[in-house]
Ligand binder design. Structure first.
Ligand code: ADP
Ligand code: GN1
Ligand code: MG
Length: 365
């Protein structure tokens, strides 16, 4: 339920803020949590307040603990590198007055972090920004590569496990709870056709040919803040899903969002295609930072990562549509179906460019 400004200020009052704040207003385009920007008496945005979706992140304690581990780890590494302006390069979460990492108001879970001044996020990127984004996510994985195994929990178990996502899809199809199956049967067929080919990572993992790493797992283009002046990436944000997983997640989700010439939910499918210049620029930036730790198998699979994450998102949006829209926030009755169709169109475009993308990777093999 929406909160009044007064209620939001009461929530903010539970945190150790270092200045007086007067308003909290909706911010950003996320599909899961509620994000608000918090303004001080001078009208400057100072903090970001978020209501955590605890139906999705059911273990808030683990979630906030993961984020604490990740942000303190990155902060220490940046200090060791002698970096300056660190408060703009890593998120800083503020404790509550009783020293906790979140506040529970009896109904919802809340957290607060510092707003990063003079920064910008984008829904669409140029090749130049994309190259910077590639370097930033490659560096993010490098910075987190020495977090000892077992330190971070899986905030959403099997989050990017394709076999699991297909099981959820099959359960939805079998139950057809919202009576929408007939309307989507062609899409269901397209998903089934590709199902086996899209579970390569899980098979390679079982065979011991692919390892898990610490990934961001939501490298959407709007989950990084760029410096408003230099156009360089300042900070990777939205750390809820940082957890052990397969490396293709962080390549794939950027290709899915950044290298799409249309929107994630574009109703005009002619707008939706892969932008090869964005793909190449991101990959160049990413490989500059990540080549040192990637295996040849991972490098070869990189273009497959774009197809996989786009396929996974098609499956997840369609599953939610079949289930009657229980997971993602929607802004119109058919929003999840529109999203599914746009993601499927992008998948077809990525498939058509697969050979060209594979060839591009040869320079690193
Ligand atoms: P969601 O789960 O809703 O996607 P995010 O953490 O990604 O939440 O925040 C949504 C948007 O709010 C981001 O795309 C970004 O534009 C902005 N934002 C989030 N955190 C900050 C921050 N600390 N400083 C500046 N802007 C931020
Ligand atoms: C969700 O919260 P947001 O909008 O950054 C989702 C991602 C999806 C994305 C699709 C926890 O991310 O996995 O890829 O929507 N996050 C969760 O746009 O499910
Ligand atoms: Mg986000």
């Amino acid at each position: 339920m929406a909160k009044t400004n007064e209620q939001l200020l009461n929530i903010l009052d539970r945190f150790q803020l270092d200045e007086k704040v007067v308003s909290a207003e909706p911010f950003g385009n996320g599909h899961i949590n509620d994000t608000l920007k918090v303004t001080n008496e001078k009208g400057e945005i100072k903090y970001v307040l978020q209501r955590i979706n605890h139906l999705i992140f059911t273990n808030v304690e683990m979630l906030q603990n993961n984020i604490h581990v990740v942000t303190t780890h990155i902060r220490r590494k940046l200090e060791e590198r002698g970096e300056t302006d660190i408060d703009r390069k890593v998120l800083t979460f503020l404790p509550t007055k009783d020293g906790k990492k979140y506040y529970f108001d009896g109904d919802s879970y809340w957290r607060v972090c510092l707003f990063i001044p003079r920064s910008k996020s984008y829904e669409e990127v140029t090749p130049a920004l994309s190259y910077e984004a590639g370097k930033a996510f490659g560096d993010f994985q490098t910075l987190l590569s020495d977090i000892p195994e077992g330190t971070l929990g899986e905030t959403i178990p099997d989050f990017h496990n394709m076999e699991f996502r297909l099981r959820q899809f099959h359960e939805a199809v079998a139950a057809n709870p919202a009576g929408r199956l007939e309307e989507v049967k062609d899409l269901v067929e397209e998903i089934e056709k590709r199902a086996e080919a899209m579970c390569v990572q899980e098979r390679l993992y079982r065979e011991g040919r692919l390892k898990k790493r610490t990934n961001h797992c939501d490298t959407k283009v709007n989950n990084m803040m760029f410096d408003a002046d230099s156009g360089k990436v300042l900070c990777v944000i939205d750390l809820d899903t940082v957890m052990p997983g397969f490396v293709l997640s962080d390549i794939g989700d950027f290709i899915r969002t950044g290298a799409n010439t249309g929107a994630e939910d574009d109703e005009n499918l002619d707008n939706v295609n892969v932008d090869m210049e964005i793909f190449k620029a991101y990959t160049r930036g990413y490989m500059e930072k990540a080549k040192a730790f990637l295996t040849p198998t991972e490098i070869k699979l990189l273009p497959y990562g774009g197809r996989l994450l786009t396929y996974m998102q098609t499956v997840r949006f369609l599953t939610d549509y079949i289930n009657g829209d229980t997971y993602y926030k929607i802004h119109s009755p058919k929003h999840n179906l529109i999203r599914t169709k746009a993601q499927f169109k992008l998948l077809q475009s990525l498939e058509a460019h697969a050979g060209e993308m594979d060839e591009f990777m040869n320079q690193w093999l």
